[in-house]
Ligand binder design. Structure first.
Ligand code: GLU
Length: 313
């Protein structure tokens, strides 16, 4: 029996035109939710206001609709930016940030990027810094006096605890918060709330039950699950996807302009683009034009590869 309560989401950052890798994730998030009779939500993750613009958000929505990937709630084209744009939600993030502060779970951090590099903190495989905890043990007086004159971010204390969860695609995962993350940032020194905090609050308050995204964010699920627990929210089902890579093994990026939506739309039909993505995802045996909705009856997670997928162009 299909579960009508499934809610999937698109959560793109409008910092540039979407490319093949972004729409690969969008298609699979859509298929997964729709194949379970679920709904879809679109949230615009424009926390980084220096790189994200309304125009890019508008293009992104236009591109999704052109591909035949629709959604039921969230941001819509032709509507002014609203509560489905993260840049409009700092009041909400603040409320939860203060809840964490009231429980004495966060502390100001005065370390600059240069200082962190110099401390040569170990890195995890995806290049993430593991914070060595420098500011964790400052006394309240020390922190208060430094805060007058120094820029500071806010970090959350993580326990030496292993978070375990079942990924929809990659199976059982275990990540130790202290060893693989360290105390992570919940508010940046420019006052912007960090992705890890914002994404948890948003997915929880917006009723998202299924989070499908690239495996570059697989390790982020651990700090996010930790925040779900601290804030008293029910976590979603996570499902991560292999990344699309260039022939040299590099992840596809916005700079691969021949694969961005502008270039794709000028050369192909929506059915041709979806056909290519579906073929890369293992959902069809030969590359041919297809509509997203036509993939629904035979959609099956088991067909999707686990290894990253090389795109040749
Ligand atoms: N906004 C993020 C991105 O575009 C995705 C965040 C998420 O799916 O959790 O990379």
């Amino acid at each position: 029996m299909a579960d009508a309560k499934i809610c999937g989401r698109f959560a793109p950052s409008p910092s540039g035109r979407m490319h093949l890798g972004n729409i690969f994730c969008a298609l699979l998030a859509w298929l997964s939710a729709r194949a379970q009779n679920g709904s879809m939500l679109l949230r615009i993750e424009d926390l980084d206001t220096s790189r994200c613009t309304e125009e890019k958000a508008r293009l992104l929505m236009d591109d999704l609709l052109w591909l035949g990937l629709d959604w039921d709630s969230g941001a819509f084209p032709g509507k002014a930016p609203d509560e489905f744009y993260q840049s409009r939600r700092s009041g909400i993030y603040k409320e939860f940030f203060e809840k964490l502060a009231a429980q004495n779970l966060i502390y100001p951090c005065f370390c600059s990027r240069a200082e962190l590099h110099a401390a040569s903190a170990p890195h995890t495989s995806d290049g993430q810094f593991i914070y060595p905890g420098t500011c964790r043990n400052l006394t309240e007086d020390e922190s208060r006096s430094k805060m007058q004159s120094h820029k500071h971010s806010w970090r959350i204390k993580v326990p030496d605890e292993t978070i375990t969860f079942n990924d929809r695609h990659y199976g059982r995962q275990s990540l130790n918060l202290a060893r693989e993350w360290g105390d992570f940032i919940v508010r940046r020194s420019d006052g912007i709330y960090a992705y890890q905090l914002a994404v948890v609050i948003d997915d929880a308050l917006m009723g998202v039950t299924e989070v499908i995204r690239g495996r570059d964010l697989l390790s982020s699920s651990a700090p996010q699950l930790y925040l779900y627990r601290l804030l008293g929210f029910k976590p979603p089902q996570f499902g991560h996807l292999p990344l699309l890579t260039a022939p040299d093994g590099r992840r596809l990026a916005k700079r691969d302009m021949d694969l961005d939506m502008g270039a794709l739309r000028s050369r192909y039909t929506p059915e041709e683009v979806i056909g290519r993505l579906a073929f890369l995802a293992g959902l069809i045996d030969k590359e041919e034009p297809v509509k997203a909705a036509e993939l629904l009856p035979s959609f099956d997670w088991q067909k999707i590869p686990k290894e990253n997928i090389t795109v040749t162009n």
